[in-house]
Design a protein. Structure first.
Length: 475
């Protein structure tokens, strides 16, 4: 496709990592709220959905740690490798360690590891292009397609394994997928550009004790809050929301006040603020496929399929989560070709963001016609996810590319962490908002969230021109 050859290696490695991540996340909520007799942990439904949202948000929140380690200690390439190892160990813990202990160990390891990987994987892709390379957005769309091939097959494989043989085999298959991705990365890592092996802004050794003490103190604080009950499963999503907001404010302040950031770079950081807010609003709805839509698929969908010569068969709950990556696989090449064909005539990034946010709000409004239907057809969720996917392709891969283009030269991974924090905020909100969902309040829930999100998209379109001017030459 005219892209740099190392893109194929990063495409494949990320595909296997996403297979393991989405395979595990596809069965995570039902593992928590299913009764013990069904192989689950018997946790309250809304608390379970809140934990899933908090976990998903913490993955992006931990990207701050990954960014710091990458920018100041190890460099992007070594950080990605270590993070991948941690993810694999976390999936093994979920597969082999029973009960809540295994759940906590697994989610912590996978969360921290995925945060480090997310902070660096897109940076490695961005290193293959110059800032003004017209192939850049298309390359990120192709990379994003690899992400979604893994996202498609992960829930299909682990969901079928869970329904047939139990949850722990499903988690075990996620671990095997990550092991395959890790092995492939070891064999192909030498083909990456030399720049990703360097530390962009090395931390002076004299500051090691200070940062070590801060890390130890943070861990101790979390342990104390958890042991005293201040931090608990019921408020975990709200805590991640607050931490995401605080983290974003701190990073924006660092970038805007640093002497290493020149005037053009500072203007670009300011331009990213409304897109940070818009991305958060988008993912507050989009990530509900792992919270509210999982519960909706369990309780509201007619998942019994009539198969010729085989009779009736009930589709696994997690399979509904494969609609989105399927549509990504089909449509990502179309969007990549479209952006490449249009070249400099394509819509500017703020306009793409506004369109994506409006489409996401419209997807939620599509729940309303089915509010009075007792057993919703599976294909209706497919239609909803098609509209949401069109919004995602207008915003998410473009947002990844934008973060690398707007990044100050002294903080290449820190800007990626800011994008991930916007997703963290939205994902954690998907868990917090899940507490307001019930089958009896579907019209109010989906209608309100859809209308508010469409309004945010309209505002983004209205301010697209001044935001684009502030980007100082970046489209």
């Amino acid at each position: 496709m005219g892209q740099p050859r190392p893109l194929a290696n990063l495409f494949s490695v990320e595909m296997w990592e996403r297979f393991s991540f989405y395979g595990m996340q596809g069965i995570l909520a039902i593992y928590m709220y299913f009764a013990a007799t069904q192989g689950g942990l018997g946790i309250d439904e809304h608390i379970a959905l809140g934990v899933v949202g908090a976990y998903g948000g913490s993955v992006y929140l931990f990207s701050i740690i990954g960014a710091l380690v990458s920018d100041r200690l190890l460099g992007p390439e070594k950080t990605l490798f270590g993070s991948a190892v941690m993810i694999m160990v976390g999936h093994i813990a979920l597969a082999l360690v029973p009960g809540v202990v295994g759940l906590m160990m697994g989610l912590l390891l996978v969360g921290v590891g995925s945060g480090g990987l997310k902070s660096t994987a897109a940076t490695l892709v961005g290193s293959l292009y110059t800032r003004d390379d017209p192939r850049r957005d298309a390359g990120f769309s192709i990379y994003y397609m690899g992400v979604n091939i893994g996202g498609l097959f992960g829930p299909l494989v682990t969901g079928l394994a869970q329904q047939t043989w139990g949850f722990h085999l499903g988690f075990g298959l996620a671990a095997i997928g990550m092991a395959i991705g890790l092995a492939q990365y070891v064999l192909t890592r030498k083909g990456l550009p030399a720049s990703v092996h360097r530390v962009p802004d090395p931390l002076p050794r004299s500051q090691y004790p200070l940062w070590g003490a801060l890390a130890a103190g943070s861990i101790a604080l979390v342990v104390v809050l958890a042991m005293t009950g201040v931090l608990n499963a019921g408020n975990l999503a709200d805590v991640v929301v607050a931490l995401s907001v605080i983290g974003a404010i701190v990073i924006f302040a660092v970038l805007l006040t640093s002497k290493k950031v020149d005037a053009d770079e500072r203007s670009r950081v300011i331009a990213f603020i409304p897109m940070f807010i818009g991305t958060s609003a988008f993912f507050a709805l989009f990530q509900q496929q792992f919270t509210v839509i999982t519960l909706y698929s369990d309780t509201r969908l007619d998942r019994v399929l009539s198969i010729p010569f085989l009779g009736d068969w009930e589709m696994p709950i997690s399979w509904a989560q494969s609609f989105n990556p399927f549509f990504i696989i089909v449509l990502a090449p179309v969007f990549a070709a479209l952006w490449t064909k249009l070249g400099t005539r394509q819509p500017v990034t703020p306009t793409k963001f506004g369109i994506g946010i409006i489409l996401m709000g419209a997807a939620f409004l599509l729940f309303l016609p089915m509010a009075s239907v007792a057993a919703v057809p599976v294909l209706w969720i497919g239609l909803i996810m098609l509209v949401a996917t069109l919004g995602e392709l207008s915003l998410s891969p473009v947002g990844l590319s934008l973060s690398t283009k707007l990044a100050p030269r002294a903080f290449p991974v820190m800007m990626m962490a800011l994008y991930n924090l916007s997703v963290a905020l939205g994902t954690a909100l998907s868990g917090s908002l899940a507490g307001f969902y019930s089958a009896d309040a579907e019209v109010a829930y989906f209608g309100t969230l859809g209308a508010v999100t469409i309004g945010i998209g309209v505002v983004m379109l209205a301010i697209s021109r001044p935001v684009h001017r502030a980007m100082r030459g970046v489209r």
